[in-house]
Design a protein around this ligand. Structure first.
Ligand SMILES: Nc1ncnc2c1ncn2[C@@H]1O[C@H](COP(=O)(O)OP(=O)(O)OP(=O)(O)O)[C@@H](O)[C@H]1O
Ligand SMILES: [Zn+2]
Length: 745
């Protein structure tokens, strides 16, 4: 390698280690070690050895008491681009660089020793005694040189003991197989679709961006079912033709199954899949494959952004408006925003796709910072669903029920026509609150300020904040009355009960992220819905995203008002997006879809925009409000959550931070508004401390400071200065910094 330093003379390496430290440490490089910037090394840290990455190498013998680099790992080095990205993300999010490095460098080291895969092949004559299962096994082997045992058992629909017995008899023998490929050849011309005119125009524009081999950001905005995926696939195809790489980010792993199949239809094979469910061994191989350029396309969760692509041409953020792109713990970063940064560093074409873009991306497109492509109609002439409100003030369901008479009628009609209905309620469990009718006792989590949610399937009360779980008691813990505990309000499980009563013959299915069985079960259930083996789907937000359910013609929104009034500056935007997305599942393939939206406030701008279909008006009103309030994207926000074992220590520290901020010397890059006064337009305002809406989580008391800054101010610089002069965090107090917060709880 050309970068490798000459071994003449003493050298010092600056090594970044993947722990919560921002600084790289200096180590002496042994004369005989061939070392370059980006290499992974083993170095002593304190009393142990640790892995690190070389961030810099300089000639010279600075400090003869430096510790020495122990060894270099035989792993592809971190590219200059990825190192810049680590530095950038750390600076932006105010995280220690070591923590960001950790996100890039865990995979290659987490790999366990690779066990050889064992396959079976035909080695001798048929056994003397043939059973039907043995016949099936031998038939299933036909034409194959070697098959794994589990695959063979599956093909022959028999237990593995049948196969073992054939090995014992010498009919089959075990051989070592080469490791399973992590990614096969993606063929850009495997099955190109017939694009519609709008799609073709969009695809051509995206292909041109990839051809230019430069950085660009394009917002691909198309109504639900317009075929955005087919359009951005053309950009991926172009990257493949150039022999370069593509990354497709997705907000939800549950979404990837359908997606991987769709990708395989277009490109012949599935892309490499990247998320927490992928085995460490496979991840290690994808990591290396990307660094060496053998793996071309990855579809994955936000963490895929930190993979070592060596020639990234296209970076797609699908459903770019999704709040799941924000990581809230550890390094809190927004994957959509960091994708744009990565695209800039790697000179890639970034594509943000959504039917309901974030206000941020919309404004960037309107101001010309992003290119804007639009698909106004659904693919194949399918019509957008008609959407109507059900005013619960006039048409409420009977007491203790949640499905209004008009929705009951509509579901009945869909069932009669042999179509599917989806009932959407964004509340997991049976009931969001349980109380005692006799004394009014409410069940609250012992660790959090949060009601316990009854989960009837699990026969338990569960805290959705910390996971605390307890049995549903027989009698009230406060007044000891028996049979006085009452669930309040609906969750999806309770809704399922109502559905079973109303339509006893219909096949109903609940789709919720907290059911046992994990992703695999969810995949099967989503397939079941797509294949029509259920009539009524009851689902949380999980069903709102990206799915294609061909038989679905009716969507009923049980409570459109959930989330409209929770103090989050993005409440209106979020509600609009989720309702637009979920109603957009109706009538995607041919059938005319319809949606009924149950609400107590049909005059609310969000509901009005949804019903009238006047999306532009909603966006422009919402944008205007943000502009006036100086909220993102017109201003910037950062939240500091100060938490402690008791309220007083957290509050004291939060106040100390505020004092520290106001005591800072004047700075040319930012100006802090005086305490109590009205902030000037170009001043940063520091609000709080105030108790967080969820005041206690996992036993920790939480106070919030909110920083609002004009775009012209150096928000990060201000935060750094404030944190640097504040007193040290003592007595278990912790400060979590969240730049560009999405969660205001
Ligand atoms: N050119 C095409 N040829 C064949 N089928 C297409 C084409 N374009 C889109 N489709 C089909 O139309 C359906 C909708 O496409 P797609 O899922 O990409 O929409 P979308 O814009 O991503 O919608 P949403 O935002 O709701 O997820 C899919 O079943 C897809 O296979
Ligand atoms: Zn809790």
């Amino acid at each position: 390698m050309s970068e490798r330093t000459s071994r003449k003379g003493p050298r010092v390496a600056e090594v970044l280690v993947p722990v919560a430290i921002d600084q790289a440490y200096s180590y002496r490089v042994p004369d005989e070690l061939d070392l370059a910037v980006g290499d992974f090394v083993e170095v002593p840290l304190g009393t142990r050895q640790t892995v690190g990455a070389v961030w810099d190498i300089a000639a010279g013998a600075r400090g003869s008491n430096l510790k020495t680099v122990t060894a270099r790992f035989d792993i592809p080095p971190l590219s200059e681009n990825l190192r810049s990205f680590v530095d950038w993300v750390a600076r932006w999010t105010l995280s220690p660089r070591g923590m960001v490095l950790r996100m890039c460098a865990r995979a290659p080291f987490a790999a366990v020793e690779e066990r050889p895969r064992i396959g079976l092949r035909r080695a001798g004559p048929e056994p003397k005694r043939m059973t039907p299962a043995r016949v099936r096994v031998l038939a299933a082997m036909e034409g194959d040189l070697a098959v794994t045992k589990s695959e063979l058992a599956e093909r022959a629909a028999c237990s593995t003991s049948v196969i073992d017995s054939l090995v014992d008899e010498g009919t089959l023998e075990a051989v070592a197989l080469p490791p399973e490929p992590v990614a096969e050849f993606c063929d850009p011309d495997f099955a190109p679709p017939q694009l519609e005119a709008d799609q073709a125009r969009g695809a051509a524009a995206l292909v041109a961006e990839v051809e230019s081999r430069g950085f660009s950001v394009t917002l691909l905005e198309g109504v639900t079912g317009s075929g955005k995926t087919e359009v951005y696939f053309e950009a991926v195809a172009e990257a493949l033709r150039q022999g370069r790489q593509a990354l497709i980010l997705m907000p939800e792993i549950a979404l990837t199954a359908q997606f991987l199949d769709r990708f395989a239809k277009r490109f012949g094979v599935r892309p490499a899949e990247w998320h927490s469910g992928v085995s460490p061994r496979k991840r290690a191989r994808i990591w290396t494959g990307l660094a060496q350029g053998a793996v071309k396309v990855v579809a994955g969760a936000r963490s895929a952004l930190f993979l070592p692509f060596n020639d990234l041409a296209v970076l797609v953020v699908d459903e770019e408006h999704e709040s799941a792109y924000k990581q809230d713990d550890g390094v809190s970063y927004h994957a959509r925003d960091m994708a744009v940064v990565r695209g800039q560093i790697d000179k890639a074409a970034v594509i943000l796709a959504s039917a309901t873009p974030s206000i941020e991306s919309r404004v960037n497109a309107e101001q010309g910072r992003y290119k804007h492509l639009r698909l106004a109609a659904r693919f194949g002439g399918a019509k957008l669903p008609t959407i109507a409100a059900v005013d619960l003030r006039w048409q409420s369901p009977p007491r203790g029920n949640w499905i209004s008479p008009p929705l009951v009628t509509a579901v009945g009609e869909a069932l009669a026509a042999g179509e599917q209905a989806l009932l959407f309620l964004n509340r997991r469990g049976y009931a969001p609150l349980t109380l005692c009718r006799a004394c009014g006792h409410r069940f609250q989590c012992p660790n959090c300020t949060s009601w316990l949610v009854e989960h009837r399937f699990r026969r338990a009360l569960v805290c959705h904040q910390c996971g605390h779980i307890e049995r549903v008691p027989q009698h009230c813990p406060e007044c000891d009355n028996v049979d006085t505990l009452t669930p309040c309000g609906p969750g999806v499980e309770r809704l399922a009960e109502e559905v079973a009563k109303l339509w006893p013959d219909a096949r109903a299915l609940i789709l919720s992220s907290d059911f046992p069985g994990g992703t695999e079960r969810l995949r099967q259930e989503l397939d079941a819905v797509a294949n029509g083996s259920c009539d009524i789907i009851i689902g949380t937000q999980l069903v709102a995203k990206g799915h294609n359910f061909p038989l679905l013609s009716l969507v009923g929104v049980i409570d459109a008002d959930v989330g409209l009034s929770n103090g989050d500056p993005r409440a209106a935007e979020r509600t609009f997006q989720i309702l637009q997305q979920v109603t957009g599942r109706a009538g995607r393939l041919g059938r005319l879809g319809r949606a009924l939206v149950q609400t107590w406030q049909p005059e609310h701008p969000v509901i009005r925009a949804l019903i009238s279909g006047d999306v532009e008006r909603f966006y422009s009103e919402e944008t205007e409000q943000r502009r006036r309030a100086g909220l993102p994207p017109f201003g910037r926000l950062a939240a500091l959550i100060v938490s402690g074992k008791d309220r007083a220590s957290a509050e004291n520290h939060a106040r100390a931070l505020v004092r520290a901020a106001h005591a800072l010397p004047p700075n040319p890059k930012w100006r802090l508004a005086a305490l109590g006064g009205l902030p000037h337009e170009e001043e940063i305002s520091l609000l709080g401390p105030a108790e967080a809406p969820i005041a206690i989580i996992r036993g920790r008391h939480r106070l919030r400071l909110l920083v609002r800054a004009p775009k012209s101010a150096d928000l990060q610089g201000f935060l750094r200065a404030m944190l640097a002069t504040a007193p040290p965090e003592r007595g278990g107090v912790r400060v979590a910094v969240d730049v560009d917060p999405q969660n205001f709880m």
